[in-house]
Each structure stands twice: as structure tokens, then as C-alpha cells.
Write a protein of this length. Structure first.
Length: 346
């Protein structure tokens, strides 16, 4: 006779099986502008009114809205005139474009780019490499060449990363007191959201965003205001070009893109450039030491498989990479959020 645990197990499988449906409902509502419309309206709206203003079918919109209610992204009120929908606080804060903590851009990047790579997850597991060739018909040899295959894709990626740091940046930068490092280089700093958080948290610091020339150009023109004089730019490829001297180097979600050999190569260059007494701050999503979780980090590691050459690692694995490059006094701080901090000193 089956135990209670055995009887409950199929329900768990069903929930996992429908996980992608949850994502696509949220992505579709963001893409169609449901949450933005409800925020701008200032009052609850009917499904017919929402459909009319967004140019969709009434039947499709009603089902989408009801699914968002089930996901606690919308709330519904039944009146004599019919059902009226409004945003929940979660939707207002994280799913509307105008919110300072908006996750709209990263969701659109996941929906339109990452999702297509994940279609070939089984192939990635069989082959042990990213799936840009199958998903987009382009070479997978250079992951960032594939990611930045057009200015539109590069913009989507940069805006998406900025949205992540709008809610996670301060936590990782405050994990350690970085006030003793006035000159900071943010390697692979992209759109500069983490750099802006850094100069806000540490007013006496200056941050130089070191990234590819095309990324630096976009960051300078579209993401960093010209009046922000504490943020500078350095265009180059930190694997193939020199790294200038600084007190602190931030590598946020950089090492997880690369295999161990590439990580050792980069960290050795950083160590050589680093001032005595300086350091390196790694910002990554850390696996448990036995790799039993967290689930989000395990899934990110699968994403590294389908999109890059890297993987997520444990604190011990990052510490070993830092120590191999020469860094000592390695400290680890778990933030309780998606990303953690590891600090090594020269």
C-alpha cells in the first residue's frame, strides 16, 4: 500500500511540470503592458477595458488576467458591473517599467533570449556546451559575441543586468566595508548599475567600468549620466588587454561565465595589477558546499551551461581560485538574497 508521501509525490511532479507555464504567463503580461496600464489607470479595470486599450482579444486577456490573479500578481474584485482587476504591490514594485526596482528588462531578456536557449537543454547536457548555434544559428565559440550579436540584444542584456542590481546591488556591496578601497575597477561592469550603487554607498570612491568598447559606448550614452563624475570608463577586453592598477576589483557575475582555466587566468592578471593591500570582490550566487542547493543557484548553473562556458560554484571553489592567484584572507558573506560576496586581499 502506498504511503502518504507516495500519494503526494505526483502533485509535486505536476507543479514542476507546469513551472514554465508560470514564467510565460508573467512574461506575457509584462510584454503586453498589463501591469503598466493598471498602474497608469489609477483604478481597477475590467478585462474588456484592458483588452481594448492593449489591442488584444477579450477572451485571451481575461484568461491571462485570471492566471495573474492566481499568481498573486493581480487582485480581482467582483462588482455588479463585473470583475475589476488591479495590480498587487509586488506587480507595482517589480513588474512595471517605471519602478526603480523594475525587473521588466531582465524578464524580457529571459523570455525572448534565454528561453530559446533552454529549449535545447537536453542537447546542452549531451554536448556540454552552450546552445546559441541551435537557438539562433550563430557560432557558440564566443559566448559574448553571441550574446551581443546585435545592438538590440546587447541593450536588452545590459538593461536586464541593471534591473538585477537595482534590488541586489546594495546587499553585496555592503557585505564588507569597502570604504578603504577608494579606487575601484568594475570588470565587466556593463550598464553601470553596480558602479552607481558603489559610489552611492561609498561617496569617497571612484569606479571605472572596464568592458568591451561597444558596451562602454552604450553605457556612456544611455545608462550613466554625464554629471556622474565619480564613474569613469575603460574600453577593452580584460582577457587580452592590460588591467590598470586599482585598490579593488569587482567581478560581479563574471567568473561564473567561464571555466576554471579562464578564471585562473583572469584572477592572475587582477592580482598582478592590484595594489598591495588591495583586494578583489567576487559577486556570485553560491552553491552549498555539497551542491544540494539553493535551487535558484542550481538552475543558474544550468543556465550557464546553455548560455556560457561556465558554471556556479561553492564558496570553497571560489576561495581556491582566489588563493591559486595569490589572494589571501579570503572571506565569504552570504547575503540571504540571490547573490553573495567573496572578498580576497593581496
Amino acid at each position: 500500500m502506498s504511503s502518504t508521501e507516495d500519494l503526494d509525490y505526483p502533485q509535486i511532479i505536476l507543479q514542476y511540470n507546469s513551472g514554465f507555464l508560470v514564467s510565460k504567463v508573467m512574461f506575457a503580461a509584462c510584454e503586453l503592458g498589463v501591469f503598466d496600464l493598471l498602474l497608469e489607470s489609477g483604478e481597477p479595470l475590467s478585462s474588456d477595458a484592458i483588452a481594448a486599450q492593449l489591442g488584444t482579444s477579450t477572451t485571451g486577456m481575461e484568461r491571462l488576467l485570471d492566471a495573474c490573479v492566481g499568481l498573486k500578481l493581480l487582485a480581482v474584485e467582483l462588482t455588479q458591473e463585473g470583475a475589476l482587476y488591479r495590480n498587487t504591490e509586488i506587480a507595482n514594485i517589480y513588474l512595471t517599467k517605471s519602478s526603480p526596482k523594475s525587473q521588466y528588462h531582465i524578464m524580457m531578456y529571459y523570455s525572448n533570449t534565454v528561453y530559446l536557449c533552454w529549449h535545447y537543454l537536453a542537447d546542452a547536457v549531451r554536448e556540454g556546451r552552450n546552445q546559441y548555434e541551435r537557438a539562433f544559428g550563430i557560432s557558440s565559440e564566443d559566448p559574448f559575441g553571441a550574446m551581443y550579436r546585435s545592438e538590440e540584444e546587447m541593450l536588452k542584456f545590459m538593461a536586464g543586468q541593471n534591473s538585477v542590481w537595482s534590488i541586489c546591488g546594495r546587499d553585496v556591496l555592503a557585505a564588507f566595508d569597502l570604504s578603504s578601497f577608494p579606487q575601484v575597477y568594475d570588470l565587466g561592469g556593463g550598464g553601470g548599475a553596480l558602479a552607481r550603487e558603489c559610489v552611492s554607498l561609498y561617496p569617497n570612491s571612484t569606479v571605472t567600468i572596464y568592458d568591451l568598447p561597444e558596451v562602454v559606448q552604450v553605457a556612456r550614452e544611455q545608462f550613466i549620466p554625464p554629471e556622474e563624475h565619480r564613474i569613469a570608463f575603460h574600453a577593452g577586453d580584460f582577457f587580452n588587454n592590460s588591467i590598470p592598477e586599482a585598490d579593488l576589483y569587482i567581478l560581479s557575475k563574471i567568473l561564473h561565465d567561464w571555466d576554471d582555466d579562464k578564471c585562473r587566468q583572469l584572477l592572475a592578471k587582477v592580482y598582478k595589477a592590484c595594489k598591495p593591500g588591495g583586494g578583489v570582490l567576487l559577486v556570485e550566487s553560491l552553491l552549498n558546499e555539497d551542491k544540494s542547493g539553493p535551487l535558484e543557484t542550481q538552475l543558474y548553473s544550468m543556465n550557464m551551461l546553455v548560455q556560457t562556458e561556465g558554471k556556479e560554484r561553492t564558496a570553497a571553489e571560489y576561495s581556491k581560485l582566489l588563493e591559486a592567484a595569490g589572494f589571501g584572507e579570503v572571506q565569504v558573506k552570504r547575503t540571504g538574497k540571490l547573490y553573495d560576496a567573496v572578498l580576497g586581499r593581496k
